[in-house]
Design a protein around this ligand. Structure first.
Ligand code: ZN
Length: 380
């Protein structure tokens, strides 16, 4: 039922349209030009202004003969890619499509967009009965889920969503962690390292002690934490007055995440609270500042839920060995789950994403398309 030639055209066209985050307009125009002739109603929100991009989130409404008889469903893919993603020249060999080696391919997430475009063409030309479909193409996913964050989910009728944005077509992303990002600034006191070291407090030493005293790495089977950036200092003969650090923590448990962030904070607090010096009768105390923000909440969609079951059953019926997948990172699906639209992540076949080795087996995009078509057929 998949028109392989058409599907491949969609995919190859899409990866050759530049769409770094905040520059998705040409991809949106391409989608619009393919879907309006099918009778879809396409609209764009005002996310572009809010995030300083050239394109908003594109919402596509597709009515079917079962409108108002079956629950509407949401399908979603993001239009942006990571860098280096300009001037992609796709190369196909033995059924695998990759970039020419100097850029990413952009199958993350254009394989999802291509599968959705083909799915809508299949529904139309085969007159497959279906309920209302809401298709959302988001912007700026890769740089912090900015499109999803700025999208008004109140305009959606769907209570369930499917995000085409992971690797294996046979895996259903049903859980993802919550995450925090933190910036710490540690302040000591400047002094000449050779002439008057007793008059200084080294921010580098403070930061080092704090790091040694905090739990990092894999904390437990649900939680990870990292300090991934450290900057400070000017010269070897100066006791460094300030160091900036950036870190993150993730957990599938929101409670464990809060605790982890607190432990990291306390490690800094403890070391600065116990560090002060007296110079010429004046006391100098070490101190630190933190700015942290929760990026998104965790989600968990049980295997027993109809949202999960629809993908699992539709996949099994077309011969795929469907199983659950627990993600280590956040995606647009975190935002939608947080807002009450139960969502799972569907695989498209994309591999080695965010590297110049990114590639995809074309047959996997075909499988993904068959999977979502079958989901819509079974959703009655
Ligand atoms: Zn993605």
């Amino acid at each position: 039922m998949v028109n392989a030639e058409r599907l491949k055209r969609f995919f190859l066209d899409l990866v050759q349209i530049d769409s770094h985050s905040r520059e998705e307009k040409d991809v949106a125009d391409y989608i619009k030009a393919r879907l309006e002739p099918l009778g879809a109603v396409v609209s764009m929100d005002d996310a572009a202004e809010k995030i300083g991009g050239n394109c908003g989130n594109l919402l596509v409404r597709v009515s079917g003969s079962l409108n108002n008889q079956v629950e509407p469903l949401l399908f979603c893919a993001h239009m942006d890619t990571v860098v280096p993603g300009k001037g992609v020249r796709p190369v196909e060999e033995d059924g695998i499509i990759r970039s020419s080696g100097d850029t990413i391919l952009g199958s993350d997430d254009k394989s999802g967009i291509a599968a959705i475009l083909e799915m809508l063409h299949i529904l139309k030309e085969n007159e497959i009965p279906h309920g209302e479909l809401e298709i959302l193409f988001t912007v700026a996913e890769e740089i912090g889920l900015f499109g999803a964050r700025n999208f008004d989910t109140g305009v959606l009728k769907s209570k369930r969503g499917y995000f085409l944005d992971t690797e294996n077509v046979s895996e259903i992303g049903m859980a993802a962690p919550a995450a925090y990002r933190m910036t710490y600034r540690v302040f000591g006191k400047e002094a000449h390292a050779g002439l008057a070291p007793e008059k200084g407090i080294s921010a580098i030493v403070l930061a080092s002690k704090a790091i040694v005293n905090m739990p990092l790495g894999r904390i437990d089977d649900e939680t990870t934490a990292n300090i991934g950036f450290i900057e400070g200092g000017q010269a070897s003969n100066i006791i460094t007055p300030q160091v900036t650090l950036r870190g993150e923590a993730r957990s599938h448990s929101d409670e464990k995440l809060e605790k982890q962030v607190q432990l990291m904070r306390e490690a800094f607090q403890d070391v600065v609270n116990s560090t002060s010096i007296e110079v010429d009768g004046k006391e100098y105390k070490a101190r630190f500042e933190e700015s942290s923000s929760r990026e998104y909440k965790s989600f968990y969609v049980p295997e027993s839920s109809p949202t999960y079951q629809l993908v699992a059953n539709a996949g099994r019926e077309i011969g795929l060995d469907m199983k659950k997948e627990i993600s280590g990172g956040g995606s647009d699906a975190n935002i939608f789950n947080e807002r009450g639209i139960e969502s799972v992540i569907v695989g498209t076949g994309m591999q080695d994403v965010h590297t110049v080795k990114e590639h995809i087996k074309f047959d996997d995009i075909v499988n993904c398309t068959n999977l979502i078509v079958n989901m819509i057929k079974m959703h009655h």
